[in-house]
Design a protein around this ligand. Structure first.
Ligand SMILES: Cc1cc2nc3c(=O)[nH]c(=O)nc-3n(C[C@H](O)[C@H](O)[C@H](O)COP(=O)(O)O)c2cc1C
Length: 185
């Protein structure tokens, strides 16, 4: 399987990239035969969703060149780990826009969450669960919610044994669900 760690925050000085890069390194170190790659939203050239045709009607064919490229990127993965902060009790708007641009490309694929924030980003993930289910993704039960008090020191990401265990639970379920989804496809 080819799995993407999708970093969705793009702020100057964001923590998202550090958390995502750490997760990628951990996942690659599993040596489980799967391919893990990073998608950093800041490196993607995406439009705001202005298309007249809603993605659910577009069925994977888009008039917009940038959305077509984004479609190709997401189509190439079998599963995802969304690295998401919590902004105002919900998901980051830029990440939601990137998600909303597509539909069939996400469908039927497992997605795990690695969230962070004062309360671990739990409220963002609660919203993500509804969002991803709406396009037919398979949200995992395991969830790595990193509260600042437990996984950061002086506002710097400082993963510990518990951080590793939380991510490992997500990874193990992702691989298991992903393999089942591939067999049933
Ligand atoms: C617009 C905005 C809203 C935020 N709202 C929340 C919030 O509702 N809950 C929370 O725990 N943290 C909140 N925070 C703090 C973020 O968790 C913290 O800034 C985190 O580092 C954001 O991730 P990033 O650095 O990858 O952008 C907010 C931050 C921003 C920029």
């Amino acid at each position: 399987m080819k799995i993407a760690v999708f970093v969705g925050s793009i702020r100057n000085g964001r923590h998202g990239r550090t958390v995502g890069q750490w997760a990628l390194d951990q996942l690659q170190a599993r040596g489980d035969g799967n391919t893990y790659e990073l998608i950093d939203l800041i490196e993607q050239d995406l439009d705001q969703l202005t298309a007249a045709v809603p993605p659910i009607m577009a069925a994977g064919t888009y008039d917009e060149v940038k959305t077509t490229a984004w479609s190709g990127t997401i189509s190439s993965y079998d599963g995802f780990i969304f690295v998401t902060p919590e902004y105002n009790a919900s998901v980051p708007g830029t990440m939601k826009n990137a998600f909303d641009l597509l539909k069939v490309e996400w469908e039927g694929k497992p997605v795990g969450f690695l969230s962070y924030g004062g309360g671990g980003g739990v409220r963002a993930v609660n919203h993500w669960r509804d969002i991803v289910a709406n396009v037919g993704m398979l949200p995992l039960e395991a969830q790595a919610a990193l509260a600042f008090d437990d996984h950061f020191v002086d506002f710097q990401f400082a993963p510990n044994e518990q951080t590793v265990e939380l991510l490992e639970a997500v990874a193990a379920e992702l691989v298991q669900v992903g393999e089942k989804a591939t067999v049933n496809a």
